[in-house]
Design a protein around this ligand. Structure first.
Ligand code: GCB
Length: 604
């Protein structure tokens, strides 16, 4: 820390500036961007010495100033220029051995030059930072963001200089009871700037956001809205889809907003034909393009209808874990590998658990024709009665819908995973479900629930799905581990699933751990044979559930979890993958593939 005198001097120069709330910029890849990815300087700061003074008050001269000693009397105990480096995007845990288990603050610093343009606006965009980020530009706080899996941006128009701008981000991944997710999960708490960072340049009045999807239940009307941001909110905006002969003008109001409803004759998006159209949203001052697919998704009784036709969702659950190298996945190659394995298994659907995955995943799913279940990290037992916890969950959900609402692949928004039945919890999740419908009336709402049984393995045992939250969902999700946490594999043979609802069910999890290459008999725990055995009994049971309309076994690939400590077997990996991190397929992979081949025939 500097001397007291210097603190006062710094205070005098930096008049307090109100920090901004983060902005939402969509479809960043279609914008003029300058990537800030690459090596960032990084200071590991477990005691948050760069943020608090010795009285534990926020320091005025913290590391965010990215300062150098001015003279011999100036003492600084940090220096970004000589500190180590971390790759961005990337979690810190897998980049340095010493950070493997680290949970706390790391300060990131990147420098950039920028020749400002008087007619454009500039945003500093983050794909995601886990968990809390405080962002500074040239010593000034821009704002902060909470939540590890959704994008955010700060406007920096007029705040840059031509040379040597300094972006400093304090990223803190400490877990807290009131957070979303809370302290207890079954995945690695990868910290850092886990997704890309860029400068995004847009015109003064720009197309800030738009929702362009088929109207619910209609295959020939596009409904949605556009929103401009800037000093000229009232404009003519055209929605153009040249390939479909669509060119629809709308007039935005004083808030820059216009609703749209446009007739269109379109080839519908489906797993068999993942048709995407080039859509342009053009105002007088801005134009943005995106490839968008159009399809409908509804339920009717216990059926899920895609484009009006009953479908079975042949899926698999996926964590955002990087194939081959492990760590947080972020790249288009990671997405292609993971989704490629899902396709090889015969999937037309993936459950992206347990938080919003990076945008490459959903864009690749659009291209490959995979329907997507997107989830918000309301996982296990969060603080249902805490209003801040609700605001946080609600904000993360809204940010994820804002980013992905034009992805045809996304058919389901999931509001929770394995939450305990209780009044406060159901009220919390009911509000989230309502929020999803208000933000996006075109998709289905789900949650991964739990069933309960009488614990016996006797003939005729019923597993009942009667969670009161079911009333608020369009599709029931259910996780069960018959044969792994719950009895031996053949227990599934005696179970009949029932529900009090007349709704479709997706068995959103089932599975067992197996270390790839470990062999034994069909009852040897951790062997591929045991896992295969579980899957054989599972598919038998699943085939007997009349209202089952989808499955997403747990899980596509092994993933890191601090809960999994068994030496030589787990070594901090959850081994329920159907594929190892090196891409080896375990025996159970082929059981699922066979099951999906049969399902596919039945639904053709
Ligand atoms: C579950 C959770 C999932 C875990 C899995 C397991 O029920 O939803 O996050 O990883 O079980 O392996 O125990």
């Amino acid at each position: 820390m500097r001397t007291r005198l210097t603190v006062l001097a710094v205070l005098a120069i930096c008049a307090p500036v109100e920090a901004q709330s983060p902005s939402r910029i969509v479809n960043v890849e279609a914008r003029r961007t300058t990537s800030l990815n690459g090596k960032w300087r990084a200071i590991v700061d477990p005691y948050e010495n760069g943020y608090y003074d010795f009285r534990l008050q926020p320091a005025k001269d913290g590391y965010f100033l990215d300062a150098k000693p001015k003279d011999k009397s100036d003492l600084l105990e940090y220096d970004f220029d000589t500190s180590g480096q971390l790759d961005v995007p990337g979690d810190w845990n897998t980049q340095r051995k010493s950070l493997f288990f680290y949970e706390g603050t790391v300060w990131y610093r990147q420098k950039f030059d920028y020749r400002s343009n008087p007619t454009t606006r500039l945003f500093l965009y983050f794909g995601a930072a886990n968990y809390e980020a405080m962002v500074y530009l040239n010593g000034e706080k821009l704002g902060s963001h909470t939540g590890g899996f959704t994008p955010f941006a700060f406007e920096i128009t007029g705040k840059t200089r031509e040379k040597g701008n300094s972006v400093v981000v304090k990223v803190d991944n400490k877990r807290h009871r009131e957070d979303v997710p809370t302290v207890n999960t079954d995945w690695w708490n990868y910290g850092g700037l886990t997704r890309g960072v860029s400068l995004v340049e847009v015109p003064e009045t720009f197309v800030e956001d738009y929702f362009v999807q088929l109207k619910k239940g209609s295959t020939d009307t596009i409904a949605g809205w556009v929103k401009l941001n800037g000093p000229r909110p009232r404009q003519q905006v055209a929605i153009r889809i040249p390939e479909a002969g669509v060119s629809a003008p709308v007039a935005t109001d004083a808030n820059g907003y216009a609703a749209l409803s446009v007739p269109a004759k379109l080839t519908l998006w489906s797993p068999e034909n993942p048709k995407l159209y080039e859509v342009t949203i053009a105002s007088d001052t801005d134009s943005v393009r995106e490839r968008i697919g159009f399809r409908t998704i509804e339920t009717k009784g216990t059926d899920i209808l895609l484009n009006g036709k009953s479908v079975f969702l042949r899926g698999v659950s996926i964590h955002e874990e990087a194939p081959f190298r492990t760590g947080r996945a972020y790249s288009p190659e990671d997405a292609r590998t993971l989704l490629g394995w899902a396709k090889e298994m015969g999937c037309n659907f993936v459950r992206l658990a347990h938080y919003p995955h990076n945008e490459n995943m959903v864009r690749e799913a659009d291209r490959l024709g995979l329907m997507v279940w997107s989830e918000t990290p309301v996982y296990w037992t969060i603080l249902w009665e805490n209003p801040e916890t609700f605001a946080n969950a609600s904000n993360q959900l809204a940010e994820s819908i804002a980013r992905d609402k034009n992805r045809a692949s996304i058919v389901l928004w999931s509001v929770a995973n394995e939450t305990p039945v209780g009044e406060a919890r159901t009220a919390f999740l009911r509000k989230l479900a309502g929020q999803v419908r208000a933000l996006d009336p075109t998709r289905l709402v789900t949650a991964a629930l739990l069933h309960h049984n009488d614990g016996g393995a006797a003939e005729g045992t019923t597993d009942l799905l009667d969670d009161p939250l079911g009333a608020d969902l369009d599709v029931l999700g259910c996780n069960e581990y018959l044969g792994w946490y719950d009895g031996l594999p053949d227990k599934a043979d005696h179970i009949d699933f029932k529900t009090i609802y007349s709704k479709p069910l997706i068995m959103s999890e089932f599975g067992a751990d197996a270390l790839y290459g470990l062999h034994g008999d069909a009852l040897t725990r951790w062997s591929e044979e045991y896992q295969e055995n579980v899957y054989r009994h599972q598919v038998g049971m699943l085939s007997r559930i009349p209202f089952l309309r989808g499955t997403s076994p747990w899980v596509l690939m092994d993933f890191r979890s601090p809960r999994r400590t068994l030496p030589d077997i787990q070594d901090f990996f959850n081994r329920k993958g159907l594929v190892s991190v090196r891409g080896d397929k375990k025996k159970a992979f082929y059981v699922m593939r066979e099951f999906y081949q049969a399902e596919q025939k039945q639904y053709q």
